[in-house]
Design a protein around this ligand. Structure first.
Ligand code: NAP
Length: 448
């Protein structure tokens, strides 16, 4: 009991350590299972390592280790457990022995790899974990698609040294790449540069599903686009949580973590909200009038406790006129300029928002640049023309509705390509409101 109640000190070594979720995850796990103690960040600069790391190792009960020290920490240790030796990288230290729990974290995500053709993007530490886990799980073949050919080739040789030969390195100039499962091991798409897409200029055809090691945002553009294509898509948050839990199990072998499994599962679900709070993004709802942008937007915002902004309402507030009045007195060109300015201002707000765009907002010229520089992810609510017309009726507040059906249909047809090209996530929006909101929440791995 004395041992059980001893105050413990854990921490994370790395540099830099800006927006780390680790203290929160570890602190909450420790609270749940009743381990008294703390988990702090230790951002040591490379030139401080030799003098400060030995002191840190002597004073802590356990240490996690991240970029750039996963390999350079090894000479400071007495040895490595097999899990770390296999990766040549350490992310957890206990009693001067190095471990690696990233593989455990990835395996816990249960990505289907057995018998699959697997394409891994990147050739760094995360990619190495994916490759060795794909071998362990019985992947049929593995290709490494990375921008630095030497790094890709080094990873291939390393995997071959583990007795697996069906692996090859592909340069970014490779022709079309076909695979069953794609694993993103690059940081492309990570907050704050959420508009990044890995392998953007590559013809990549994925048949079954994608996994992204990135956990911030909880769903990258890469994942959202995969979901929209009807294949499965999973983000890195669960992997992050599971590797942290595995480290706690190494540090505290006497604790029965199994007894707290439902509380720990709830913690895992709640982390997605914390990511949103720490790292603001804009969730932009787009689609034709009547697609449900305002209704779905406000329901979604309520479900995840985020502020909701209806762009049309913001415009009315700024202009001091209703939208039909602006159209009548100043004309459409004036309205579009105003809309663009208000949209930009909302995108620049410092907090996470659900933002319902107008039907014509994303159709405007120059939108690619505006979105490209933003931290926005676009959710396209796709409805058929008959549904849109049925929902909107003859709403007097919608000047773009036009005078007749033919005009509305022409507008629908002309706007659709823009909606589709900017869609990060395409959601069929004919059905029930709760179902549409749930689909968006599950794409982001959020729970209410
Ligand atoms: P790393 O060792 O630095 O490797 C990054 C890889 O991505 C390298 O191959 C690098 O290529 C490539 N890359 C970087 N920027 C690129 C760009 N703009 N275009 C194309 N390729 C680019 O990093 P890591 O430790 O593997 O981490 C990579 C990602 O995985 C991070 O987002 C990290 O958060 C994530 N991760 C998540 C977990 C988790 O628990 N969820 C665990 C591990 C890693 P070069 O060699 O040419 O620079």
């Amino acid at each position: 009991e004395v041992q059980r109640n001893r105050y413990r000190r854990f921490g994370l070594l790395g540099y830099p350590l800006g927006h780390s979720l680790s203290p929160l995850i570890h602190q909450r796990i420790m609270e749940i299972v009743g381990i008294p103690g703390e988990y702090r960040l230790y951002p040591l600069k490379p030139e401080e390592l030799a003098s400060d790391l030995p002191k840190l190792l002597a004073s802590l009960d356990g240490l996690n280790c991240t970029i750039p020290y996963k390999e350079s920490i090894i000479p400071y240790l007495q040895g490595c457990a097999p899990c770390a030796a296999a990766y040549g990288a350490v992310n957890t230290v206990h009693g001067r022995v190095g471990y690696n729990t990233d593989g455990i974290g990835f395996a816990a995500c249960e990505v289907p790899l057995k018998g699959r053709s697997v394409c891994i993007l990147g050739a760094g530490g995360g990619a190495r974990v994916f490759a060795l886990e794909a071998v362990r799980a019985g992947a049929r073949e593995i290709s490494i698609l990375a921008r630095t050919p030497q790094r890709a080739e080094a990873l291939v040789q390393d995997v071959k040294a583990h007795g697996y030969s069906n692996i090859l390195a592909l340069g970014l100039e490779a022709g079309p790449v076909n695979c069953d499962v794609c694993l993103n091991g690059t940081p492309v798409g990570m907050w704050p540069k959420v508009r990044g897409l890995p392998a953007e200029n590559q013809e990549l055809k994925v048949g079954e599903g994608v996994f992204d090691g990135i956990y911030n945002p909880t769903a990258t553009r890469f994942l959202l686009q995969a979901k929209g294509q009807g294949i499965w898509a999973k983000g890195g948050l669960q992997m992050l949580f599971e590797q942290a839990l595995a480290a706690q199990k190494i540090w505290n072998p006497e604790v029965d973590f199994q007894a707290w499994s439902s509380e720990l599962a709830a913690l895992k679900g709640g982390l997605a909200r914390e990511v949103l709070r720490q790292s603001p993004i804009k969730l932009v709802l787009s689609g034709f009038m009547g697609s449900g942008k305002s209704t779905v937007g406000s329901a979604l915002a309520k479900a995840v406790a985020l502020p909701f902004v209806d762009l049309d309402e913001s415009i009315v507030q700024v202009a001091g006129q209703t939208i039909p009045e602006i159209f009548q007195t100043q004309g459409e060109a004036y309205f579009r300029k105003l809309e663009r300015g208000v949209f930009l201002a909302e995108l620049k707000r410092p907090e996470t928002l659900v933002l319902a765009a107008g039907g014509g907002t994303l159709v405007q010229e120059g939108m690619e640049d505006i979105l490209g520089e933003s931290r926005a992810l676009v959710i396209y609510l796709d409805v058929s023309l008959p549904t849109a017309i049925k929902r909107v009726g003859r709403d007097q507040g919608r000047p773009m509705l036009g005078s007749g059906l033919a005009e509305t249909e022409a507008l629908y047809v002309s706007r659709r390509p823009s909606y589709e090209s900017y869609a990060d996530l395409r959601v069929p929006a004919e059905g029930d409101l709760a179902q549409i909101v749930n689909e968006i929440m599950s794409a982001f791995e959020w729970q209410g």
